[in-house]
Design a protein around this ligand. Structure first.
Ligand SMILES: CSCCC(=O)C(=O)COP(=O)(O)O
Ligand SMILES: [Mg+2]
Length: 229
């Protein structure tokens, strides 16, 4: 069973930072003005307001969210709202989601070999489905059996991986977790998962050496994972 991260693992960090985040930042004021009374939108805006001290209007909430985008905060409320905003971008074909060619080839190969594939990303589950559904390699959602976001817990917390193993009805050691972030891999290993550091030169120009990899098996492309499954 393979559990994969998205940004920096299946797909480039620069697509997320240079395409998705600026799109959400620009669209946020208009999106909030148009949808502030939709219950699902209001719920997340109120979460932001509460964190901001409760006494804040929608303009202040928008400013807070834009600050969180600039700081790359992986906050569940921000990620839920970003997912709703990106939906228009994908449906209007403003962009398709980047996927590394080696990942676009490996995922169907693993799926065809009977491997169960799951995704765990800070992006909300709807955003993950949009991402895989509108990738450069077409609709890949049919390859993925389960989707997890930070509603299951933070990616640097071991308990999140224990919950994911439970949800997948798998022993932790049956799951191979792929990520570009060593702290996420540390948390997964603490929960008993097997781990692989995906250390792509396009995202990380300086290779992470053995000490930076902190004992996690290190690969630079998905092809190298075939031998580890
Ligand atoms: C899949 S939604 C776009 C990516 C995103 O917003 C994000 O925060 C990705 O973080 P990851 O956990 O996949 O590194
Ligand atoms: Mg990542």
């Amino acid at each position: 069973m393979i559990l994969t991260d998205i940004e920096g693992t299946t797909s480039s960090i620069s697509f997320v930072k240079d395409v998705l985040f600026p799109y959400a930042r620009r669209a946020l004021p208009g999106f909030v003005a148009a949808h502030k009374d939709d219950p699902e939108v209001r719920r997340w805006l109120d979460v932001v307001a509460t964190e901001h001290g409760a006494m804040c209007d929608d303009a202040m909430i928008v400013e807070t969210l834009q600050g969180w985008i600039d700081a790359d905060r992986k906050h569940t409320a921000l990620k839920a709202l970003q997912g709703m905003i990106w939906s228009a971008g994908y449906h209007d074909a403003d962009f398709t989601a980047h996927i590394y060619p080696d990942a676009a080839q490996a995922l169907p190969r693993w799926h065809a070999a009977g491997e169960t594939l799951a995704v765990y990303s800070s992006g909300s589950v709807p955003a993950q489905k949009l991402f895989f559904g509108h990738s450069d390699a077409g609709d890949l959602t049919g390859l993925v059996s389960a989707w997890f976001d930070t509603e299951v817990g933070g990616k640097r917390e071991a308990d999140s991986y224990a919950r994911i193993a439970d949800a997948l009805d798998a022993a932790p050691a049956e799951i191979l977790f792929l990520s570009d972030v060593v702290e996420e891999l540390d948390a997964a290993r603490e929960a008993g998962l097997r781990t692989v550091l995906v250390d792509r030169r396009e995202d990380y120009p300086t290779p992470r050496d053995a000490s930076a990899a902190n004992g996690h098996t290190r690969v630079t492309t998905f092809d190298q994972i075939d031998a580890l499954r």
